[in-house]
Design a protein around this ligand. Structure first.
Ligand SMILES: [Zn+2]
Ligand SMILES: [Zn+2]
Length: 442
């Protein structure tokens, strides 16, 4: 049986050998971006690549997800390597889809190539018999919490349970056979670091709000109308009036947009719609801010006598840290980059549904460099594929070997030293309790 270091050298060699192929995959996905829960072609591509590798897999999980699984020589824990399928909407991005405006302005195209690179390295080098347990490869749909109206429609039609992919995977039982999860996300903000730990991330609640007024001739008889746009503007001002009550340590973020401002300019707006997020570092802080935001929406309706319908949809849970798992990943990273090039970005005020996975099992979501521009901006581009794809693929492939070789000694250590905040059942219950719909007549 090969020694652990030899197994690691083999997977790294395979990742290098396939460099051109995996970069090609990242570029192919970059050029055909698809939005969450509609990543049909990207999912097909992943499926075709899994078939080429001989990885048994299933498709169409949570509408578009793909899940492959391979077994080691002995039984043991399951380690999952994830990649996200979806893009954002950034119409002026150089690689934006001309019709949908979809663009990979968050680097998920590189993530899928990274996950594939790890999969190829694990299955094509003959290392599997030396591992105890299973390695699961998931291309997960819809990480970005966008198009709330569309996804809420899918939920109403019973086609979907939640607004992003990972909660959907969890609720479908697709994470039940997994013990440890890791993924690596590209980041343009690492300064001189090449890979960095993310200690925690904000959780998020999503809101879809409709102000219903009464239409009337805007010039002739505005007094006969109820102006829903005025109600919405008062609500937004009221939200801003709450900001001084948010405490710095809670890193609250509330950022609404108006998705419909009225129908025609010569009628009093009677149907005005807002989408918003409410984010926070802890669940209590998040719930407190959420209630203040609801109060502000009611205030808008009350001021002009409109009706407001407030739909609250659970978004992502806060990301929890697992130092034991990170130290395994970090140890492997030091064989490809220097100790000084490994950083720690601490708390991040953005959110990701990888936080949901972290609520129920040891999970890590480090950042890697190699991209430039602004996160979610029209200038987000991969500049260095060694940093953005090859290095993290090697770090994850070596971590898989570290965790599952020696009869999965290290995976078992991680599991015994990690305490996820919730069970899957508790998680699903707390998520469902956030789903609310409130109607208020002002
Ligand atoms: Zn993003
Ligand atoms: Zn992302």
């Amino acid at each position: 049986m090969l020694r652990k270091e030899e197994l690691k050298a083999k997977v790294c060699q395979e990742i290098d050998n396939r460099k051109e192929e995996t970069i090609g995959l990242a570029k192919a996905i970059l050029e055909s971006p698809e939005l969450g829960f509609r990543e049909v072609n990207t999912a097909k591509l992943v499926s075709r690549k899994f078939t080429e590798l001989g990885i048994p897999h299933r498709r169409d999980i949570g509408l578009t997800g793909v899940k492959g699984s391979v077994s080691g020589g002995n039984s043991g824990p399951s380690v999952c390597v994830m990649g996200e399928l979806d893009s954002l909407i950034v119409p002026d991005h150089p690689y934006a889809d001309k019709t949908t405006g979809a663009a990979h302005a968050c680097g998920h195209n590189v993530q899928i190539a990274m996950m594939y690179s790890v999969a190829a390295a694990i299955v094509k080098t003959g290392v599997l018999p030396a591992l105890a347990g299973r390695v699961i490869f998931i291309a997960v749909p819809a990480e970005e919490g966008i198009e709330i109206e569309y996804r809420y429609g899918l939920i109403k039609q019973g086609k979907l349970h939640y607004s992003t992919g990972k909660p959907e995977f969890i609720s479908l039982g697709e994470m039940d056979d997994i013990d440890i999860t890791m993924m690596t996300h590209t980041s343009p903000d690492l300064e001189n670091k090449k890979i960095a730990a993310v200690e925690s991330m904000n959780g998020v609640i999503r809101k879809r709000v409709q102000f219903i007024g009464k239409s009337a001739h805007a010039g002739g008889q505005p007094h006969k109308g109820i102006n829903a746009l005025n109600a919405a503007m008062i609500a937004l001002t009221s939200i801003n009036a709450q900001r001084e009550t948010f405490q710095d340590a809670d890193t609250i973020r509330v950022h609404p947009i108006i998705t419909k401002g009225g129908d025609v300019v010569n009628a009093v707006p009677a149907d005005v719609r807002i989408e918003s997020y409410v984010r926070g570092k802890t669940a209590p802080a998040l719930l407190d801010a959420n209630e203040k935001v609801n109060r502000a929406f009611r205030a808008g309706a009350m001021a002009v006598g409109a009706k407001v319908n407030i739909i609250t949809i659970p978004g992502s849970m806060p990301l929890v840290t697992y130092p034991e798992l990170w130290s395994n990943y970090k140890r492997n990273t030091t064989s490809i980059v220097s100790e000084e090039e490994i950083g720690n970005v601490g708390h991040r005020t953005g959110s990701s549904d990888i936080g949901d996975v972290s609520q129920i099992m040891p999970t890590i979501h480090p950042f890697c460099a190699g991209v430039t521009g602004t996160s979610h901006g029209n200038d987000y581009l991969t500049k260095d594929y060694d940093l953005a794809l090859i290095n993290p693929a090697k770090a994850m492939a070596m971590t898989v070997i570290d965790l599952l070789s020696d009869n999965a000694l290290r995976a078992k250590e991680v599991l015994s030293k990690s305490k996820p905040p919730m069970t899957k059942e508790q998680y699903v219950k707390s998520l469902d309790s956030l789903f609310t719909e409130e109607e208020y007549q002002g």
